[in-house]
Design a protein around this ligand. Structure first.
Ligand SMILES: [Zn+2]
Length: 297
């Protein structure tokens, strides 16, 4: 009678060896490092804000989550003086009509600069040195540089949204333009609201906007709308002494589209996180299978 075959000895190795733990931690740290680099966790807001394209923070401005509070910071070149109270009041009305924030506060302060003109690099460096409110968890911020100097790239420009929460208003250009005499407060009000509209993704920056004037993107084709294309420059004088300060019905419809349109920069960290979790799971699976096989040989 032949001897019985000895039973196959099955060894179940430990799942979490020291080497596997280290490898998994390294993989899962990738999204954390990348997220920190792009400001996803709002722990390096300066770099994040100076990188974000216009309109790409529309959801952070429009929605109550994750930031239920909004600070509107206005840093004015001392020679330009603070913006008219009525202009700020109208801007706040438009913010409250469009953004779902629990609290909206204004912080105005002066800064000293004798620069007669500002290019985009100057706007960024000035912002970095004078901006006091950067987005932090729970609180979004919208920043205005209110300038006596002009825009060096185009001296007719009276306002520009240059980053996702950063706007420049060229008040000196408005005040010096003869065609705008007598209408400076109204023009300032209009352009402050207009640039805010761009930060909300109007018109067509985020999502499809049927009212976008394709010959002057990203603007409206309605001269009675604050997002009309002539508002960015001294050409606003063509709209008369009382240019529009309201978002029209088409803009408000566009904002509903903006709210439901994914912004790809918001999805990237989740995609990276999902990829890294999948890689870690695959690593654990392959490592465990290899050691199980080794144990059965
Ligand atoms: Zn514009």
């Amino acid at each position: 009678m032949p001897a019985a075959e000895p039973p196959v000895r099955t060894v179940r190795p430990r799942v979490w060896t020291k080497a596997l733990v280290i490898e998994t931690v390294l993989i899962l740290s990738v999204p954390v490092i990348l997220g920190a680099a792009v400001g996803f966790f709002e722990i390096n807001p300066v770099e994040a804000e100076l990188l974000t394209p216009v309109g790409f923070e529309a959801h952070l401005l429009l929605e109550s989550f994750p930031d239920n509070a909004l600070v509107v910071e206005i840093a004015y070149q001392r020679s330009a003086g603070p913006p008219p109270t009525s202009a700020v009041s109208t801007l706040l009305n438009r913010i409250n009509e469009t953004c779902s924030k629990g609290t909206v506060t204004v912080d105005e302060h002066a800064f000293d600069s004798s620069a007669p003109s500002f290019g985009e690099g100057d706007l960024l460096s000035t912002e970095e040195s004078v901006r006091q409110h950067w987005p932090v968890p729970g609180e979004m911020s919208l920043f205005y540089l209110y300038l006596e100097g002009s825009y060096s790239s185009d001296p007719s420009v009276i306002g520009v949204a240059y980053r996702g929460s950063s706007i420049a208003i060229f008040e000196g250009t408005i005040a010096r333009d003869a065609s705008l005499f007598g209408a400076t407060v109204a023009v300032t009000t209009t352009v402050m609201v207009h640039e805010f509209g761009h930060e909300l993704g109007l018109v067509g920056i985020i999502g499809n906007a049927p009212n976008e004037d394709m010959t002057h993107p990203p603007h409206s084709d309605d001269p009675h709308d604050v997002m009309y294309w002539e508002v960015d420059t001294t050409g606003i004088g063509a709209l008369g002494a009382n240019p529009p300060t309201q978002f029209d019905a088409a803009d408000l419809s566009d904002l509903a589209t903006v709210r439901s349109t994914p912004i790809w920069t918001e999805l990237v960290p989740w995609a990276v996180l999902a990829s890294c979790v999948a890689c870690a799971a695959l690593l654990v699976h392959l490592d465990l299978r290899a050691r199980t096989r080794a144990g059965t040989e």
